[in-house]
Design a protein around this ligand. Structure first.
Ligand code: HEM
Length: 237
């Protein structure tokens, strides 16, 4: 058995991922506390009531906005540290899709996870998954809305905040409220699957640990991220 470890994530990428996760958690907790309409809150009114009794409505908004600003500034610093790697390479990676290969990967993976490998045989297919790059198609399927959704959430958040201090077109503010709310909900739905796949699936454990140590077994990427592995080997030659 080959136990050799190779580098998958660099330290700044690991830091920004967990910084992002922490900011998301705090923004969700405080954001849910800001909802005043009982028909719109997914957790019931007990949460907004508890938080607002604890810190006060105005203060809760201040805390939410402050975390949002820390989140945006953190990302801007990360991108400016190395725009080529942290913005352009990453964006190209998550947007590079080979439709036939990747849709087949997604179909087979979903069948294996839900109905089992045997079912693939009924469809006349083997259980061999098409080769994948640095991220598999499932990860890209979440990374794209999470990344671009994050930008939309940040921009609409800034518009809403500015409207508290200066005149901003009323229609723009109302659209921002709606879009902010809807996009957070959509990314959150994807996030539940992301966390399940990344943290709970035993098969994906080496990728989970790599998000802490940066290192991953060579045997794992040879199998799960073959195209990226071959690219790395080519670069070393
Ligand atoms: C407990 C929470 C979380 C866990 C356990 C987790 C786990 C992981 C792991 C293990 C990877 C690396 C996959 C690989 O290398 O193959 C990853 C990547 C990623 N995660 Fe998470 N994640 C969490 C929260 C979040 C949140 C809140 C977001 C954003 C809304 C997010 C967005 C991403 C994105 C965009 C990637 C791909 C880009 C990157 O490598 O940073 N994750 N996650």
């Amino acid at each position: 058995m080959n136990n050799k470890m190779i580098q998958r994530h660099i330290k700044p990428a690991i830091f920004i991922h967990w910084f992002n996760a922490a900011c998301w958690l705090l923004l969700l907790v405080t954001g849910l506390g800001l909802i005043k309409n009982p028909a719109l809150t997914p957790v019931g009114m007990w949460w907004p009531n508890t938080l607002q009794n604890l810190v006060g409505g105005g203060e809760l908004l201040f805390i939410h906005v402050t975390i949002g600003i820390i989140w945006i500034v953190g990302y801007l610093v990360f991108i400016l540290m190395n725009p080529k790697e942290h913005l352009f390479k990453y964006t190209r990676e998550i947007l590079t899709v080979s439709p036939v290969r990747d849709l087949l990967w997604l179909f087979k993976k979903m069948v294996i996870l839900t109905l089992g490998e045997q079912m693939l045989k009924r469809f006349g297919m083997d259980s061999q998954l098409p080769e994948q790059g640095f991220y598999n198609f499932g990860q890209k399927f979440f990374a794209v809305p999470a990344t671009f959704g994050g930008v939309v959430i940040a921009v609409t958040g800034i518009i809403m905040t500015l409207s508290k201090f200066m005149y901003v077109n009323t229609a723009l503010v109302q659209w921002s409220i709606l879009i902010h709310f809807v996009v957070v909900g959509l990314v959150f739905a994807g996030l539940l699957i992301h966390i399940y796949m990344a943290a709970l699936l035993k098969e994906e454990r080496p990728a989970f640990f790599s998000m802490f140590t940066g290192m991953i077994p060579e045997s794992f990427v040879k199998h799960h991220n073959k195209l990226w592995y071959e690219e790395q080997m080519e670069l070393k030659r």
